[in-house]
Design a binder for this molecule. Structure first.
Ligand SMILES: *Cc1c(COP(=O)(O)O)cnc(C)c1O
Length: 371
């Protein structure tokens, strides 16, 4: 089946006895046992599994062309679970331009447990020189946050396979509609479902999808079930509802993203536009190879300094000045001040999550703010 069909049907796991076409929310924390002590409904206790979460995991595994998925209460928890599943003393390779929350986790929570090299993964030639005897994983984020760098998934896969490393990819910016890292050789795909998958800025969630069910995946499932950082049935219901329109929302995000990137690239107040769909993007050819469209995230450098950039985000009326991304409403932020004093993000960088409003209204709002 094609993506649009999977998105609508793959989460309909059960036909309820009351005839609901849309699966009801199963709030029960516990489930009946039968005379033999089994669980005829397939569920025992809601932390371990429940019908809404199983449906969410099924549709996400199918959309990402994976074998199974684990849903979590946030994207950060999804990533942390993966890091927790690695043996203490392991070394991992991660991108220099990495979602700052994960960088913070690795540097604080996993200090003394894991060692990490944060390197530029877009130049794949140098990666092998960082591999040590205790290296176990290459973590990739593409497109990256906030510089929209593109990492060549197929090239990373070759290196990971040669050295028997786990290849994991944070694919949040691409969504499962525009990029399926498993098809390029990734072992694990991660999404913050708070973003495009939820799509309405009203639910927090994260998900890991595996290419294969294996011993490492059992560890992840175990941390999910015993650790218990799981989404509620209602959160899962909201995500399942959102996923049904995900492919169509993503088309709108990508169409608006491309139009806005082109417009801003020609603007006299803008020094640079980072959007992988622009032929001027340094990794445009790789993006074209591994993505079917380029999404709704872009960053721009304003001519001038932090003050000039802050003026623009304070002057917009339609864009909401707020962090996060992937919702139907457009968001704008001065990224460096969100990330704090030790950030490497350029001070004149503005990150934009292009929503689904009419492109003419979005352009008009940015025009008046840049004027
Ligand atoms: C938001 C985000 C995360 C973290 O997800 P939360 O749901 O906020 O915990 C991880 N990676 C990327 C690329 C993100 O944008």
């Amino acid at each position: 089946m094609q993506t649009e069909t999977i998105a609508i049907h793959a989460g309909n796991l059960t036909r309820s006895t009351t005839g609901d076409v849309t699966a009801p929310i199963s709030l029960s924390t516990t489930f009946f046992r039968d005379e033999q002590g089994g669980y005829p409904g397939g569920h025992m206790y809601s932390r371990v599994s429940n019908p809404n979460r199983s449906a969410l995991e099924k549709v996400m595994a199918d959309l990402e062309k994976g074998a199974d998925a684990c849903a979590f209460s946030s994207g950060n928890t999804a990533g942390m679970t993966l890091f927790q599943a690695l043996a203490p003393g392991s070394h991992i390779i991660a991108p220099d331009d990495m979602y700052w929350g994960f960088k913070k986790q690795l540097q604080s929570i996993f200090e003394g447990i894991l060692t990490i090299d944060f390197i530029d993964l877009t130049t794949t030639a140098t990666i092998e020189s960082y591999i040590q005897s205790n290296t176990v994983m290459i973590w990739v984020e593409t497109p990256s946050n906030p510089l929209l760098k593109i990492t060549d998934l197929a090239a990373i896969s070759v290196i990971a396979k040669k050295h028997q490393l786990i290849f994991a990819c944070d694919s949040t910016f691409a969504s499962p509609c525009f990029q399926n890292p498993i098809l390029s050789g990734a072992d694990i795909v991660m999404h913050s479902s708070t973003k495009y998958i939820g799509g309405h800025s009203d639910v927090l969630g994260g998900i890991l999808i595996t290419a294969a069910k294996n011993e490492f995946w059992d560890k992840i499932r175990n941390i999910q079930q015993i650790g218990g950082a799981v989404p509620s049935p209602f959160d899962c219901f909201l995500l399942l509802r959102s996923i049904k329109t995900l492919p169509y929302r993503m088309r709108g995000h990508a169409e608006n993203g491309m139009a806005l990137a082109k417009h801003l690239a020609a603007h006299s107040k803008v020094e640079a536009v980072y959007y992988p769909g622009l032929p001027s993007h340094p990794h445009h050819e790789i993006a074209k190879k591994q993505m079917s469209a380029f999404g709704g995230m872009l960053s721009i450098l304003i001519k001038g300094d932090a003050e000039n950039a802050k003026k623009v985000v304070n002057k917009v009326k339609l864009f909401a000045q707020a962090t996060s991304l992937g919702g139907v409403e457009s968001l704008i932020e001065h990224r460096a001040s969100v990330e704090g004093p030790d950030t490497k993000t350029p001070q004149n960088l503005i990150r934009i999550s292009v929503g689904l409003e009419h492109i003419d209204d979005l352009i008009a709002d940015l025009e008046q703010a840049l004027a």
